[in-house]
Design a protein around this ligand. Structure first.
Ligand SMILES: Cc1cc2nc3c(=O)[nH]c(=O)nc-3n(C[C@H](O)[C@H](O)[C@H](O)COP(=O)(O)O)c2cc1C
Ligand code: SF4
Length: 472
């Protein structure tokens, strides 16, 4: 593949540059063709959401557009909260090409008939906020935006901010605590009785006595950036890229035990080994890859699975998932018990505690992994972990408990000898930092140094705090 579809090699620093490169064509075509034609193109294109779950985009948009008038106004929220460990793909996209994301958002708002559109990023994402603010202003001046007003929303550091039901809470000015129902059932400022959460009708001037559910399209920013390309160049052309079930391209991140950390656009279906070579330069000299995690949401891939195609179906067949294509690479020097401890600690700290099995389970598993990693564990700890892994996702509002279940179970299954070694007296394992990426500069990813200071109640310990039992 030659010309990138999403991520230009140099950032677009003005709308003129974007238009010269062919930008804006999707918006014009969408206006001429009308919503039904756009929806048909999206369905034919086979585009799937890039936020993690891979849901078909055409079906998602159509279900929201189809809402009856009495369900209330519709909304769209572009999810740029990017908090998945090992993932740094939405931020480069927003920095280099905010115009294409906003163009996709304008098309989405028009097709679903949204009353308002939002684009949400973390308030620490300063370069992205700057790029989006500039692009929104330029595009408004050039009359390249939808009728629905587009508002830039900034939110907190929490992992859950990116979860779609928590995302809506943040847009409403609240804490990132996932609601009960998905955004297409209970959208922004909804007041319908099945909501089960505190709604804020007064913020929008709605009548609280006329309940509405306000179906809302919550979708990832990379997903939206694909839309103008599909609309302008056609679904059939889009399908010439990628595979039958995973058409198109995807922005991948590669970090960890590789020559250099990085991100890049690849065609779906490319073998994982090639993605690691192209973006990360492959394993470090003389080293061998032992394991790869796609964020902290899916089971681990082992050395014998490196030829797995980076596609939805390829990853499924390998017993895992594509997630947000943030690949964390571990070579033979990595201690997988320590990796499990870091992942579990991250999830237990980030769990919001609304569902007891999730918060209690992730914390109990973390404590036991800590004991095992410190050579203080017993078989009883392993049994307790097994018990909690069976329950940690019970009755949960969001997918976080299931992430713990999927990742930690897979590490126990794939590396039993490493757990056994720690039970049999191997020295305490050093801490492996969780790759919550702040930036990637000159081939090196910087991880958030504050994450290890974060406590389960989302406060922070003071900076003098040290990793217990070893250094990172
Ligand atoms: C704990 C958690 C964190 C998430 N974080 C993000 C995120 O940072 N960005 C994102 O786009 N989706 C994130 N998601 C997925 C969203 O809930 C949602 O599926 C996605 O934004 C839908 O967009 P798509 O249909 O375009 O893929 C997260 C999900 C969970 C369970
Ligand atoms: S599953 Fe966990 S993170 Fe998600 S809402 Fe429940 S307690 Fe919070």
């Amino acid at each position: 593949m030659t010309t990138p579809l999403l991520l230009p090699s140099e950032p677009f620093t003005s709308l003129d540059q974007y238009l010269l490169a062919g930008g804006g064509e999707g918006w014009r075509t969408a206006l001429d063709a009308g919503p039904d034609a756009v929806l048909a193109a999206l369905k034919t294109s086979g585009l799937r959401g890039r936020g993690g779950a891979g849901f078909p985009v055409g079906r998602k948009w159509a279900s929201i557009r189809a809402g009856r008038p009495d369900v209330g106004p519709r909304f769209v929220v572009a999810n740029g909260a990017e908090g998945e460990p090992g993932t740094f793909k939405d931020r480069p996209l927003l920095r280099r090409n905010p115009y294409q994301v906003i163009e996709g958002l304008a098309i989405a708002a028009t097709v679903i008939g949204a009353a308002q559109a939002f684009i949400a990023v973390k308030r620490t994402f300063e370069p992205e906020i700057e790029a989006l603010t500039r692009a929104l202003k330029e595009m408004a001046e050039a009359e390249l935006l939808c009728d629905a007003p587009i508002t830039l929303v900034t939110g907190p550091e929490e992992y859950l901010f990116g979860e779609e039901k928590a995302l809506l809470e943040v847009v409403e000015g609240k804490e990132p605590l996932p609601r009960l129902y998905p955004p297409y059932v209970q959208g922004l400022y909804g007041t319908a009785s099945e909501s089960g959460w505190e709604a804020s009708p007064e913020l929008m001037g709605f009548d609280p006595d006329a309940p509405v559910s306000n179906p809302t399209l919550a979708t990832n920013v990379e997903t939206l950036a694909n839309v103008p390309v599909i609309v302008s160049r056609g679904a059939e052309w889009f399908r010439t890229l990628g595979t039958e079930q995973s058409p198109g391209v995807v922005i991948c991140t590669v970090v960890g035990d590789v020559v250099h950390d990085g991100f890049g656009e690849v065609e779906l279906g490319t073998p994982l080994r090639e993605v690691i070579e192209r973006i990360g330069g492959g394993p470090r000299p003389g080293r061998e890859i032992k394991a790869v995690l796609s964020g902290v949401a899916n089971p681990v891939l082992t050395a014998d699975q490196l030829d797995t195609p980076v596609s939805y179906e390829g990853m499924k067949e390998a017993g895992t998932g594509l997630g947000s294509c943030g690949f964390i690479v571990y070579d033979e020097t990595a201690d997988m018990v320590s990796v499990a401890r870091s992942v579990s600690r991250f999830l237990s700290v980030e769990s919001c505690g609304q569902c007891p099995p999730c918060k209690l389970g992730t914390m109990a598993i973390s404590e036991r992994l800590e004991r095992i990693a410190n050579a203080e564990g017993t078989e009883h700890d392993v049994m307790e972990i097994g018990g909690w892994l069976g329950r940690v996702s019970d009755a949960n509002r969001c997918y976080l408990g299931e992430e713990e279940q999927r990742v930690i179970s897979s590490l126990l299954r794939a590396f039993p000898e490493e757990f056994a070694a720690h039970l049999e007296g191997a020295p305490p394992a050093e801490w492996v930092p969780i790759p919550k990426i702040v930036d990637i500069v000159d081939g090196r990813a910087a991880y958030d140094p504050k994450q290890i200071l974060k406590r389960p109640d989302w406060t922070y310990a003071d900076a003098e705090w040290q990793y217990p039992h070893g250094s990172a």
